[in-house]
Design a protein around this ligand. Structure first.
Ligand code: ZN
Length: 192
């Protein structure tokens, strides 16, 4: 399996950017999606084969997109915000798979992180409704508070967390177009 070729990457990125200097060009991009390819047939824009997690990045100036690109190549941009997006999107894929497999999802670091909760909030996962006084930020603040808490939840906190995870966040994640198509894991009888 070949490794990421950062020279090829730089060429592709600069070609699709406004700036022709790498240090400036990297500032123009955002991570806008990820798909999972369990057969690992993806080829990174840098030429690396065998990609499983296929990210899409979009240039905010030229509106050009690059796909698929691997996380190592995105990390190579050296932009903290892009790295945060990569790990948040990866966690969203894991969370969606857990919901699809009807696994029990708790508000713990198994599926969540502070960065991921922030990412959910910034991307519209908490719509205004009568339960959050028409301000989704109240739901977000509540979940961050509960996530940081190391004591037992009260009964009311527990049921509010359950609704936010299994209704609000689940609805958002199951319909999040940035995650590509849901690939169901084969259940049991694997083909030989
Ligand atoms: Zn690459």
């Amino acid at each position: 399996m070949s490794t990421h070729n950062f020279e090829t990457l730089r060429g592709a990125v600069i070609d699709a950017s406004l700036s022709n200097k790498w240090a400036n060009a990297v500032q123009e991009w955002q991570v806008v999606g990820v798909e999972e390819d369990q057969r690992a047939t993806g080829i990174c824009v840098c030429g690396k084969t065998g990609l499983v997690y296929l990210y899409t990045i979009r240039n905010q100036q030229t509106q050009q997109a690059l796909f698929p690109i691997g996380s190592s190549c995105i990390n190579h941009f050296g932009i903290e915000e892009l790295n945060t997006s990569v790990s948040a999107l990866y966690r969203l894929l894991e969370l969606r798979a857990a919901f699809a497999d009807q696994k029990h999802v708790d508000l713990t670091s198994e599926y969540f992180s502070r960065a991921m909760l922030a990412y959910l909030w910034e991307n519209g996962a908490f719509p205004p409704n009568k339960y959050n006084q028409l301000n989704g930020e109240n739901d977000y603040d509540f979940l961050v508070d509960m996530f940081n808490r190391h004591r037992e939840f009260t009964k009311m906190q527990k049921s509010k967390v359950w609704v936010l995870l299994n209704r609000t966040i689940k609805d958002f994640v199951m319909n999040d177009e940035r995650l590509g198509q849901l690939v169901q894991q084969p259940q049991g009888d694997d083909e030989v």
